[in-house]
Write a protein that binds this ligand. Structure first.
Ligand SMILES: C[S@@+](CC[C@H](N)C(=O)[O-])C[C@H]1O[C@@H](n2cnc3c(N)ncnc32)[C@H](O)[C@@H]1O
Length: 273
């Protein structure tokens, strides 16, 4: 459905707020304008709060519906994830560039096994890899547990005709990894935004069961903090590296600590046998 049609379907009050958001007005300015129009005095706190909630909802509605309605060229310029800032940052780009080199070197011709990934809604890593001639035929399978991000991901795939993305799965990736079998994927990208403790079992299962075929790449990123504070007494880097070393068929190709928005640790592995 066209963005304009969707907009027309909104209630009169919602449409009024959304239109101000689209004009680029700040929250404060929208609040002043709407309060004046609806004769709300700052003393009428409850209605005041209700308007603020309307504005927040309107901003989210615009993000969800407008961004995906833009043509791909503009969409590229607005490389922003729906909810969080996990896609931006120089270090993240260094990781993507390194991953690209490793994946190109490791991808055999006519390997039609999917790449299992956490693409988020903008599929930035996947788009970058897809641009490489050597990886043109690769298909990505993404899991996404956040409903808002999932919805945006589906819309992006559909609107931009990203045929290299298979229809994504709306659940926790660990559930899929638990039932995955040996050599099932060509590569695996576990670009988590949470701590190692939360995903230790999933990572261990993926490595132990060799779900990536020989020569394939496994990219793992985890947060070294929990809820914004350093996980005392738990050294994420050592724990992750020890986990990898438990299995003697993974070579560490690259490792990096970085902090674009919060402290993270990332490793790129290759299955050797
Ligand atoms: C760090 S972002 C991925 C960024 C992306 N790889 C890139 O290069 O920009 C992680 C995404 O996976 C989702 N996610 C995190 N943990 C997940 C899990 N265990 N299962 C499914 N989705 C998950 C998050 O909601 C988020 O959209």
């Amino acid at each position: 459905m066209k963005f304009e049609t969707k907009l027309e379907k909104l209630s009169k009050k919602k449409k009024e707020v959304v239109k101000l958001v689209l004009k680029g007005f700040s929250k404060k300015k929208i609040l002043t304008q709407i309060s004046k129009k609806r004769n709300v005095t700052p003393e009428q706190k409850n209605s005041y709060r209700a308007i603020l909630a309307h504005i927040t909802m309107a901003i989210l509605w615009v993000k969800l519906n407008k961004v995906v309605a833009l043509p791909p060229k503009e969409l590229k310029l607005k490389e922003k994830a729906v909810l969080k800032d996990w896609s931006e940052g120089k270090s993240k780009q260094i990781l993507r560039d390194t991953l690209e080199v490793e994946v190109v070197n490791a991808t055999k011709k006519n390997n039609h096994k999917p790449i299992l990934t956490l693409s988020a809604d903008m599929c930035i890593t996947e788009l970058q890899l897809h641009k490489r001639n050597e990886l043109k035929d690769c298909k990505f399978l993404s899991c996404e547990l956040e409903p808002v991000v999932f919805e945006s991901l589906v819309k992006n795939i559909y609107k931009n005709n990203w045929t290299f993305m298979q229809y994504p799965l709306p659940f926790e990736i660990g559930k899929l990894i638990n039932i995955s079998v040996k050599d099932m994927y060509s590569h695996l990208f576990l670009d988590f935004c949470q701590s190692l403790k939360e995903h230790y079992h999933t990572i261990e299962t993926a490595l132990k069961n060799n779900i990536v075929s020989v020569g394939g790449v496994v990219w793992i990123t985890v947060s070294t903090h929990i809820g914004g504070t350093l996980n005392k007494g738990y050294n994420t880097k050592t724990e992750l590296l020890n986990l990898v070393k438990k299995y003697n068929n993974y070579e560490i190709k690259f490792k990096m600590s970085y902090s674009d928005s919060s402290p993270m640790y990332s490793v790129i592995l290759k299955r050797t046998k």
